[in-house]
Design a protein around this ligand. Structure first.
Ligand SMILES: *Cc1c(COP(=O)(O)O)cnc(C)c1O
Length: 394
């Protein structure tokens, strides 16, 4: 008989947190205490104060560490809190090489906060290894990757960038929000720090704000723990619990959402009013092969460009099923407008030059029947196109 380890799907449920060792309860107990009674003046117990360590948060931190094949996980009050705390590994005078179509909040942190502390950055096309090499400076300490990127779904070679980073004595940070460890495990590809907005697929129900970080190197884990405790942007226990509950169904949710995204990408590719579809699951995607090598799938997020901004406005007005909102990775489909939402923090000239046009929409596929979504989209396109074709009803 083979004694292969349980698969990822099974371990989402059957891990160290399967039941509470004290009561047998099949759910991690909520430990609301902010402080813990100590029994002697000389020696303190494992827990003393909840910012430093809390048993409920610790359970989530163990789960995400195991999922990402890391040694230690950290839970933060939001994705941006996780990302910002990880950036505190840098010091004045250091330099970051970063994906040019990075999440808008990360862009803001790097360009408007870190710069005030003397931390420099260079945005670069991370799909182009030569461009990355040109961006390197003697003080480069971090290579920051989002793959697939937001919102253009460009794919970066995690292994190649991590190798380059090691040659320069720098860390590789990977924002793994779009893939989750179900589809991609950056630490196994050489990355040093994995970051998540757990607000998205990991929680999965548009009802929690949370961030996670995972590392594999024990020294780096100590440094990040020190920063988590110093900065203090930890995740509250109720939210830890919600993230843990979301994680239990991650694989079934993401598998179905991914199927739906693929169906919609096909449909949109064939629509005459859609001029481009960005989805790494399409054979026409420039990094289709790379995505297949480093990840187990293309995920559930895609973006598409329409013929005109007017069409985009009319389409949004008439589409019924997806919520029109920021965010992604939920049970319901979410349609968003990067130019005015996730990337509103980016000056419009910068944004356009990065290919994030005013005609681009991003879709995070949820769990609806994909045929309903297609029918809804088709009707919205028909409606949006109607006045023009009939000589301007409006
Ligand atoms: C949402 C998001 C973030 C920020 O996370 P919050 O939980 O909103 O703070 C960071 N990176 C990516 C890719 C995201 O989608």
């Amino acid at each position: 008989m083979s004694d292969r380890p349980f698969s990822f799907e099974t371990r989402l449920l059957h891990n160290n947190q399967k039941f509470d060792p004290v009561t047998g309860g099949v759910s991690v107990p909520l430990q609301h205490a902010s402080t813990f009674h100590q029994t002697s003046s000389g020696e303190f117990g494992k827990y003393d104060y909840s910012r430093s360590l809390n048993p409920t948060r610790e359970a989530l931190e163990e789960i995400i560490a195991e999922m990402e094949s890391g040694t230690r996980g950290f839970a933060f009050s939001s994705g941006m809190a996780a990302i910002s705390t990880a950036f505190l590994l840098l010091s004045q005078g250091d330099h970051v090489v970063i994906s040019e179509d990075v999440y808008g909040g990360t862009y803001r942190m790097v360009t408007e906060v870190l710069n005030r502390f003397g931390i420099e950055h260079t945005f670069t096309d991370m799909t182009d290894l030569n461009a990355i090499k040109q961006a390197i400076r003697p003080n480069t300490r971090v290579f920051y990757i989002e793959t697939p990127s937001n919102p253009l779904l460009k794919v970066t070679d995690i292994r190649a960038v991590s190798t380059l980073a090691k040659q320069h004595g720098a860390y590789t940070f990977v924002d793994n929000t779009f893939m989750t460890p179900y589809l991609q495990k950056p630490l196994l590809l050489g990355a040093d720090v994995v970051l998540h907005s757990a607000t998205k697929f990991l929680s999965g129900h548009s009802d929690t704000l949370a961030g996670l970080a995972v590392v594999k190197n024990k020294k780096l884990a100590e440094k990040l723990y020190f920063l988590q405790n110093s900065f203090g942007a930890v995740l509250g226990v109720q939210d830890c619990w919600l993230v843990m509950r979301g994680i239990k169904t991650l694989s079934v949710r993401l598998r179905q959402s991914q199927l739906n995204a693929a169906r919609l990408a096909d449909y949109l590719s064939g629509h005459p009013s859609v001029i481009a579809v960005h989805y790494p699951g399409l054979k026409s995607h420039p990094q289709y092969d790379l995505q297949n090598q480093q990840a187990e799938g293309a995920g559930a997020v895609l973006s598409f460009e329409l013929e005109s901004e007017q069409l985009l406005k009319d389409f949004i007005q008439h589409v019924k099923i997806p919520v029109f909102a920021v965010s992604l990775g939920a049970v319901e489909s979410i349609l968003s407008y990067p130019a005015k939402m996730s990337h509103a923090a980016m000056p419009s000239a910068e944004r356009e030059s990065r290919g994030i046009s005013s005609c681009l929409l991003r879709l995070s596929a949820g769990l609806e029947d994909p045929e309903d979504l297609i029918q809804d989209f088709a009707a919205a396109f028909d409606y949006a196109l109607l006045p023009v074709q009939q000589g301007g009803l409006k």
